[in-house]
Design a binder for this molecule. Structure first.
Ligand code: ZN
Length: 215
């Protein structure tokens, strides 16, 4: 079982990848988590990518490709895995196809679709606790007291990445960079479109059903 998620920031890919991985009993490979861990541990990779991630810049393809290439060869990936945050470019998809992991036509490729206004609402409403890193949303997951972390009383902040102008730029970056990826997979695999403008549970139920059906 090998699964790829396509879709813009705010579509819920990370959440669904984690839940589906738990359901299937396969690892979720999140490039974002691996990079943050490398930074926290001060590894050579972490020191290389930290200045890029701090400024919201993209991590180069070759770095991500090497990272994923090593990870998918670990024992726990023998029966499959779910990719989260990778591939994001056609170059990354082409490298993934050459990693000896079998034909992509046999993989499950999901494209999660959410209207632009809903993405803007989801992303720009995010709030974050700088102390314990808990995340909130002004409408869908508000803290008990407005602007204050439930867990430790710290004032919540809006991350630079989630400010409306930056969100608009992230979405147009996505259109330019990642939309060609959808074309790439449509030509090679059975890309299944999923309506992401529903509750997380409803989306997850669709995904659980779809992965049981061969691509
Ligand atoms: Zn907190």
């Amino acid at each position: 079982m090998r699964v790829i998620f396509l879709g813009p920031p705010g579509a819920g890919k990370g959440t669904q990848a984690a839940k589906l991985a738990a359901h299937l009993g396969v690892p979720r490979i999140s490039t974002g988590d691996m990079l943050r861990e490398a930074i926290a541990n001060g590894t050579p990779l972490g020191r290389q990518v930290e200045p890029l991630m701090e400024r919201g810049k993209l991590v180069p393809d070759d770095v991500l490709i090497a990272l994923v290439g090593e990870r998918v060869r670990e024992d726990d990936c023998a029966h499959g895995f779910i990719l989260d945050g990778f591939p994001r470019t056609v170059a990354q998809a082409e490298s993934l196809a050459s990693m000896g992991l079998g034909e992509v036509s046999a993989w499950s490729v999901f494209q999660i679709e959410v209207p632009r206004e809903e993405l803007l609402r989801r992303l720009s409403g995010r709030r974050w606790c700088p102390r314990c890193q808990a995340t909130y949303h002004v409408t869908s997951r508000p803290p008990r007291q407005e602007g204050v972390c439930d867990l430790d009383g710290t004032s919540l902040i809006q991350r630079e990445d989630d400010k409306e102008t930056v969100v608009a730029r992230r979405l147009s970056d996505y259109d330019q960079q990642t939309a060609p990826l959808v074309t790439y997979y449509r030509e090679r695999a059975n890309v299944r479109r999923v309506d992401g403008n529903r509750s997380m549970d409803a989306v997850l139920e669709d995904l659980k059903t779809a992965v049981e059906v061969p691509a």
